[in-house]
Design a protein around this ligand. Structure first.
Ligand SMILES: Nc1ncnc2c1ncn2[C@@H]1O[C@H](COP(=O)(O)OP(=O)(O)OP(=O)(O)O)[C@@H](O)[C@H]1O
Ligand SMILES: O=c1ccn([C@@H]2O[C@H](COP(=O)(O)O)[C@@H](O)[C@H]2O)c(=O)[nH]1
Length: 242
């Protein structure tokens, strides 16, 4: 295939997957490998919006369960995503790409504020936009932020690149008998409480009719193959199951 399956994507990368085996929060080899893959996508003509989670540094709910105020914990979590976004911006620039971090929280001495029309303009110019600080609101996750930004930038596809191959009948990290689902509808994912993605994120994409791919972040070159038309991971979409 000489043309990508869609022109603009929102790629959500797991924060936790950036961790090194030794426990460091950001492994530069992993970061550089992902940046190189994004460069290939950009060279192929795909406009890339990125959201990176913060699970390698801090999750608000974990800190709150240890007694910290929930809103403060979530704000710390959102700032963690800014750290990951800045690291990725640097890695992308080393690949020769232009990249812009746009934050939902105002820290404009560090990166741009998120302004939708500017984000779209950056994408049209071939710059990779890294949407940081989630939605800017506590009690949300970066999955929901990714769905929201995918809708706002009119992405043709949302991709969640995570630590598992796709959607299973149960968490494959805990249940070895879990069955892999190559295709399912948003309503099936919601009804079965499949937990690979939070409910808000699924509902946002369902109601705005954006298809979603869940796939393994560690499978090198897989996003490119997907953009060339290969069936990779699990597809969640509205309407009838394929
Ligand atoms: N039914 C399921 N199918 C597939 N994965 C599942 C399912 N239920 C739970 N999971 C778990 O969900 C995880 C992905 O979601 P999670 O929110 O933990 O990660 P992430 O959003 O990719 O990471 P981060 O929060 O660090 O950005 C998988 O690693 C998997 O273990
Ligand atoms: O809109 C948002 C997005 C995220 N948070 C907080 O950040 C952390 C890290 O994000 P993950 O999606 O868990 O990787 C999250 O646990 C929240 O505490 C937020 O408050 N609002």
């Amino acid at each position: 295939m000489t043309k990508p399956i869609c022109q603009r994507i929102l790629l959500k990368l797991s924060g936790e997957a950036l961790m090194s085996e030794a426990g460091g929060s950001i492994d530069s080899d992993i970061l550089n490998r992902l940046a190189a893959e994004i460069r290939e996508l950009s060279d192929f003509g795909v406009q890339v919006g990125l959201v990176i989670g913060g699970g390698n540094i801090l999750r608000g709910a974990d800190k709150a369960s240890q007694g910290l105020d929930r809103v403060t914990s979530d704000q710390m979590g959102m700032l963690a995503t800014v750290i990951n976004a800045l690291a990725m911006q640097d890695a992308l620039e080393h690949q020769g790409l232009q990249a812009r971090v746009m934050s939902a929280l105002k820290i404009n001495q560090v990166c741009e504020d998120y302004i939708r029309r500017r984000a779209v303009r950056h994408l049209e110019k071939g710059r990779v936009v890294i949407f940081a600080a989630g939605t800017g609101n506590p009690f949300f996750t970066t999955d929901s932020a990714a769905s929201l930004r995918a809708i706002e930038i009119n992405a043709g596809l949302m991709i969640k690149a995570t630590k598992v191959k796709g959607v299973y009948s149960d968490d494959p990290a805990k249940n070895k008998e879990a069955v892999f689902y190559p295709h399912l509808t948003y309503d099936e994912a919601l009804d079965q409480r499949l937990n690979v993605m939070d409910t808000t994120a699924l509902v946002l994409c369902r109601d705005n009719d954006i298809p979603m791919r869940i796939m393994n972040i560690f499978e090198q070159g897989a996003v490119m193959r997907l953009m060339k038309g290969e069936e990779i991971g699990s597809l969640i979409e509205r309407g009838n199951k394929k």
